[in-house]
Design a binder for this molecule. Structure first.
Ligand code: PMT
Length: 401
């Protein structure tokens, strides 16, 4: 279960309460599970535990001030809000819960809470009489209706000597609840290498042979693999797409460069996914100078490029290899032939004669084929198709174990 936290980014908000000491243990458990943790402390929290302690445990500077020029220059509140996959306020005091419910933004934590798209959660901690107070319960009700996950509190003896509900959950339980917030860990611990986009094969210093691949499919798969907990290396041909967070991107231009990058990156890879539309041929000799217009016809001599996916599939230490097939006719038959000829574990074929899917489009539809089965992924956004494909890959790898 805790594996779901691998590579996840958690902002831990600490508000003022005696349970703040448990936050130290929580940070350790979250990091042990592979999460990255940034801590935000309210002024009251700093009366109970020092920022230095939480900084040492989280491995990151602790954020305390909304209006601190130096802090904003390093990682400002908006950046922090965008960075997070999950914001957990633990302990969440009665005062803090009230401010979160009302949308008051008078310190770094409450401002960040409003500015984030991350999953939101609170772990209340307070005296049992305060916990029972209608004002606290109505703040909780408001937060729940907004989709905020409420972890605990537990019942038992309290620091003030009372016995009852209001103790913050133990760190071990809170780490589990954080993990629950993430759906899948299908590829945790796996290194996935993905090729995406077209290649360009130079004719001369200003011209090249290429194709219409935008890279969208490969980038969506990279994103889906990250969400599934994988470490991702994305080898990208020339495309105009921003790099998704949390992956290593290697930019290449030609098929030969892509091959070299793929061979290096797959040395320790578990999965290789070849989405790139690699040029099958390249000009035998790229001219050193711009080719001048003279004769009415120009003959180009092309030589075959190496087949990248087949090369990786033939390697001694081979990862699980997934190819793509871009076909305009007899889509399934051609894809099956490529699955066998290139010795792939799986192939995903798309009909690129259709203008509503495939090259450039935001949508795709795939038939995914392996040695003893196949599955159709109906037309959907490339992000959704990518997530479905990743789930299928994870299933097949599990089935082979
Ligand atoms: O980039 P988008 O605009 O989002 O479009 C997505 C896509 C249509 C490019 C993608 O879904 C797709 O189909 N990619 C494979 C394109 C392709 O080159 O297909 P192919 O049938 O020619 O090649 C079969 C497989 O061999 C592919 O995995 C390809 O990466 C690989 N190959 C091909 C030639 C070569 N020299 N080396 C290879 O590794």
């Amino acid at each position: 279960m805790l594996a779901r936290l691998a590579h996840k980014r958690i902002v831990l908000g600490v508000s003022g309460g005696i349970a703040a000491y448990k936050s130290a243990d929580l940070i350790r458990r979250l990091r042990d599970a592979g999460a990255e943790v940034q801590v935000v402390m309210t002024a009251a929290a700093q009366e109970f535990i020092t920022p230095l302690t939480l900084q040492a445990l989280s491995g990151n500077p602790v954020h305390t001030d909304l209006l601190d020029l130096a802090a904003e220059a390093a990682m400002g509140h908006i950046e922090l809000a965008r960075w997070a996959d999950l914001v957990l306020v633990a302990p969440a005091s009665a005062d803090c819960l009230a401010r979160l419910a009302q949308g008051v933004a008078n310190d770094l934590l409450t401002t960040l809470w409003l500015a984030t798209k991350a999953k939101l959660s609170v772990a209340p901690a307070m005296n049992q009489q305060m916990w029972a107070a209608p004002a606290v319960q109505s703040a909780l009700a408001v937060l729940r209706t907004r989709g905020v996950a409420v972890f605990g509190p537990a019942s038992g003896s309290q620091a003030c000597g009372d016995i009852g509900e209001g103790r913050m959950l133990e760190a071990v339980e809170l780490a589990d609840r954080c993990a629950d917030q993430f759906e899948t860990a299908a590829l945790t611990g796996k290194h996935v290498v993905i090729t995406a986009g077209p290649t360009r094969e130079a004719l001369d210093p200003v011209r090249y042979l290429s194709n219409h691949s935008s890279g969208k499919m490969g980038f969506a798969i990279a994103q889906a693999c990250i969400e599934a907990g994988a470490r991702v290396t994305l080898i990208a041909g020339p495309v105009n797409l921003p790099t998704p967070d949390r992956l290593a991107r290697i930019n290449v231009t030609s098929a030969l460069e892509m091959l070299q990058a793929a061979q290096t990156a797959t040395a320790d890879a578990d999965i290789f996914i070849a989405t790139a539309a690699v040029a099958d041929y390249r000009p035998r000799d790229a001219a050193d100078q711009k080719i001048k217009k003279s004769a009415d016809t120009l003959t180009l001599e092309l030589v075959k490029n190496p087949d990248i996916v087949a090369t990786i599939a033939a390697a001694e230490r081979r990862p699980f290899v997934v190819g793509f097939a871009a076909e305009t006719e007899k889509v399934i038959a051609h894809a099956r032939e490529k699955l066998v000829r290139k010795k792939l574990d799986m192939i995903a074929c798309n009909d690129v004669a259709r203008s509503d899917i495939g090259f450039q489009s935001d949508d795709n539809a795939l038939t995914v084929i392996w040695s003893d089965g196949e599955q159709t992924l109906e037309k959907a956004s490339k992000s959704l198709i990518a997530r479905q494909l990743v789930a299928l890959i994870a299933q097949r790898i599990k089935a082979r174990l």
